[in-house]
Design a protein around this ligand. Structure first.
Ligand code: 1PZ
Length: 211
């Protein structure tokens, strides 16, 4: 249970939870585990990153609500389906993989959110700019913008001017520049295999990832 840690030190909880998940994913990959990732535990871990957008201010409330809504759809699915594979297979069978609001589409969106956090952390580590506009624009442009509508992209780029400063962000996360650095690196490393695992579930079913 990551919930106590998540309140006091959200970045620690995120790093720790993704390391656990990453270990499981690697076990599946190298054949030492045959247990697929459970959808309910995936949702629990993915929900931890929503504290990050709570630090971004009112302009990004919409992003948080969007992310939480997608996750909520998956939590509902987890009452019926046990694994991530199960929900994709469900949608493949009904031809609803890309249908708005479908489980597989929601999973794709959550995956993009996790990858966006990874890109933001990479940008934060590569610059010391006190404003987050550049960091956020680069990360968003790389990970999400290609898949968002013109209207959403325009709103997101306009919102970038309202982001807190770098220092304010770390204070909100109960971190210092130094303490955050290590945890962000841990997330970057741990999230990669997780994201790859999700992508592979689509690709092995001949679903291209251009949406
Ligand atoms: C410190 C740096 C701050 C960076 C801030 C970057 C903020 C990016 C905000 C992205 C907002 C996306 C809003 C709406 C997206 C919708 O178009 C799609 C629609 O999906 P559909 O219904 O068509 O299937 N929704 C999503 O992609 C859901 C997830 C988006 C939220 C990801 C936010 C991650 C923010 C991480 C912040 C640390």
């Amino acid at each position: 249970d990551h919930s106590d840690l998540a309140i006091a030190y959200p970045l620690s909880a995120i790093a720790e939870a993704f390391e656990d998940l990453s270990t499981k994913v690697q076990g599946i990959k190298n054949g030492s585990s045959t247990q697929h990732i459970r959808l309910d535990s995936f949702c629990e871990i993915a929900s931890l990153v929503s504290v990050l957008f709570r630090c971004l201010g009112l302009a990004f409330k919409f992003a948080e609500m969007e992310y939480v809504a997608k996750l909520h759809g998956l939590v509902e699915a987890s009452k019926t389906y046990q694994t991530l594979q199960d929900v994709i297979d469900h949608d493949v069978a009904r031809d609803t993989v890309k249908t708005s609001g479908s489980y597989s589409r929601n999973l794709r969106r959550v995956r993009q959110g996790l990858d966006l956090v990874r890109a933001i952390f990479e940008q934060l580590l590569s610059t010391s700019d006190i404003y987050l506009k550049e960091v956020a624009s680069t990360a968003y442009g790389e990970v999400c913008a290609p898949y968002h509508s013109w209207g959403v992209r325009t709103a997101v780029y306009a919102g970038m001017y309202t982001l807190p400063t770098r220092d304010q962000l770390f204070v909100k996360l109960n971190e210092t520049e130094q303490s955050a650095e290590k945890k962000m690196r841990r997330y970057i490393t741990a999230s990669r295999p997780v994201i790859e695992y999700i992508d592979k579930m689509y690709l092995t079913r001949n679903i291209a990832l251009d949406w």
